[in-house]
Structure formats: C-alpha cells, structure tokens
Write a protein of this length. Sequence first.
Length: 132
Amino acid sequence: VMAETEFSTRALRDALSKVSETLKTRVFGRMDQAASSLVSILHAKYPQGKTGNLRKGVVKRKASTFGFIVRSAAKHVHFIEQGTKERFDNTRKNARRGRVKATPIFIPQAVRERKSFLADAQALLDRNQELV
C-alpha cells in the first residue's frame, strides 16, 4: 500500500475505504487484538498497589468513528507516568514524604503497539493487492 513511506492511520483509513468487507473485518480484528494486547501489557506493567485501581483503570472501548480507544481512567496514574517532586508535610514539622520517579509506561507501550499493528495491517493490505 505505502511501502516507500511510513504507513499511518490516515493511510490505513484511505486504504480501507477501497477494499472488500472481508479484508476490513480482518484488519479490524487485528486492531481489536492490538488494543486488547495493550490493555493486557499495561495491566502487567502498572504496579498492583493496595487497591489495584491503576490496573483496573485501564480500559478499552470502541471509538465512535474508527478503531478503539485505550485509556487509563485511574485518577492517580500521572504520579507514576510523570512522577512527583520532593514533598514535605507541613503538619508534622516538615516530615519528608519523598518523591515518585517518573516511569512512562502508557505512551511508549501504545506507540509500540500502534507501530506493530500498522505494520501488520500494511502487510495484510499489501498481500491482498498481490492477489488481485
């Protein structure tokens, strides 16, 4: 489909508008697998904690227009992803509360999964063109 340039989501949309329903179903199936894989990987990589809310907050849903949306709905996920500065408690004689080191998990993993999915989708579409 686009072997000489990087295959993007926009290129995928354009290519899908020109192929059969059977091939669209295969590509969307692979898209669903990629989104589910991302959710599983994030569940494994996020720390468990006392409540498990970081892991429970990672959800996948179908997008209204195209594809799937994977997001982390946990209210405190930014503490892990972006970290915190050194904190002190003013109520107890400046008791040191420490800091959380930034550990970006979501975005790097989402980029890897998207790249892998787009390569698979491009291969599916290219293989189909060879058959035609």
